[in-house]
Design a binder for this molecule. Structure first.
Ligand SMILES: Nc1ncnc2c1ncn2[C@@H]1O[C@H](COP(=O)(O)OP(=O)(O)OP(=O)(O)O)[C@@H](O)[C@H]1O
Ligand SMILES: Cc1ncc(CO)c(N)n1
Length: 292
């Protein structure tokens, strides 16, 4: 028996809300084995600005090489990368090992939800030129899409769609642009462009939402679902899960991942986990595991 497996290349969040920790919890919750190559470590000093400590690029490369050498990787997920040198290293590793894994989900992480920068300006440029073209699914929020394109932040759904299409033109099959904070809309609307067209995913916007790790959890859930599809495919069971063609698959996977994020957010609402209201709440990744 070979479980579906995702390798995440991302940063560590000691609080366990975002980054690698959110990724691994999401994979487990969705029945997927998680491996990780750490790119950087974030640390919080009190409630002050967070420090970002990138690892040496060769240490990042060694971790990826080891995992790819030793394990069957179905899907690669990429999160915070910190520096242009790490972006370059990860892009080189992806090109070297391209036949060793399937889809690549790239979350172009730029700034943490608490405002800490998670990549340098040169790193963001390298992300656009080196990694975006290699991605299967790209998952920017409004600010990340704007920075990748060098445009002002989208303020309407039509502008979001234009930016998502412009990013898709750089290479990814699908772009999932999350618009939780779009001023012109009452709902939280995500624009998904995929080979079958454009979908709008609407959900009620929660006022005063104060969570950390929603973006990481979203892209991790997409990666996990893609790994499960690869697993069903290996077992010859794809028809049984109602496959309607590859184009629809991606759109369905993304919608399912969003439901997971919404549910994990809702189920954390009564968690008394933070010592202060100032600290952003993590999501509840235990939802699929809690049988009580
Ligand atoms: N206020 C909100 N109410 C409901 N859904 C929201 C809200 N804000 C964001 N979302 C949804 O949550 C999902 C993830 O959002 P997004 O990608 O913007 O998170 P993020 O800012 O990158 O997260 P983080 O930096 O905390 O990891 C998207 O589906 C988005 O639409
Ligand atoms: C390590 C890390 N990666 C990603 C995010 C995105 O919010 C974060 N806050 N921390």
């Amino acid at each position: 028996m070979r479980p579906p497996l995702v390798l995440t290349v991302a940063g560590s969040d000691a609080a366990g809300a975002a980054g690698v920790q959110a990724d691994l919890k999401t994979f487990t919750a969705l029945g997927v084995y998680g491996a990780s190559a750490i790119t950087l470590v974030t640390s919080v000093a009190g409630h002050g600005p967070r420090g970002t400590h990138p690892l040496p690029p060769d240490v990042v490369r060694t971790q990826i090489d080891e995992v790819v050498r030793d394990l069957h990787v179905d899907v690669l997920k990429i999160g915070a990368l910190g520096t242009a040198a790490i972006v370059q290293t990860v892009a080189d590793a992806v090109r070297t090992h391209r036949d060793r894994f399937g889809p690549i989900v790239l979350d172009p992480v730029m700034i943490a939800s608490d405002g800490a920068p998670l990549i340098s300006a040169e790193g963001a440029d390298a992300l656009r030129s080196e990694l975006v073209p290699l991605a299967t699914v790209l998952t920017p929020n409004l600010a990340e899409a704007a920075q990748l394109l060098g445009r002002p932040q989208a303020t309407t759904i039509e502008e979001m769609r234009e930016q998502a299409l412009a990013l898709q033109a750089l290479g990814p099959q699908a772009v999932v642009m999350s618009g939780g904070l779009l001023p012109a809309e009452d709902d939280a609307v995500d624009v998904v462009v995929h080979p079958g067209g454009t979908d709008l995913l609407r959900a009620e916007r929660e006022a005063g939402r104060h969570v950390a790790g929603a973006g990481a959890t979203y892209s991790a859930a997409i990666a996990a679902q893609l790994a499960r599809i690869a697993d069903f495919d290996r077992a010859g069971e794809l028809e049984e899960i109602g496959e309607e063609g590859e184009d629809d698959d991606l759109a369905t996977i993304i919608a399912t991942a969003r439901e997971f994020v919404a549910s994990a957010t809702a189920h954390a609402a009564d968690w008394e986990i933070t010592r202060s209201a100032q600290v952003r709440r993590p999501l509840n990744h235990l939802i699929t595991l809690d049988k009580s």
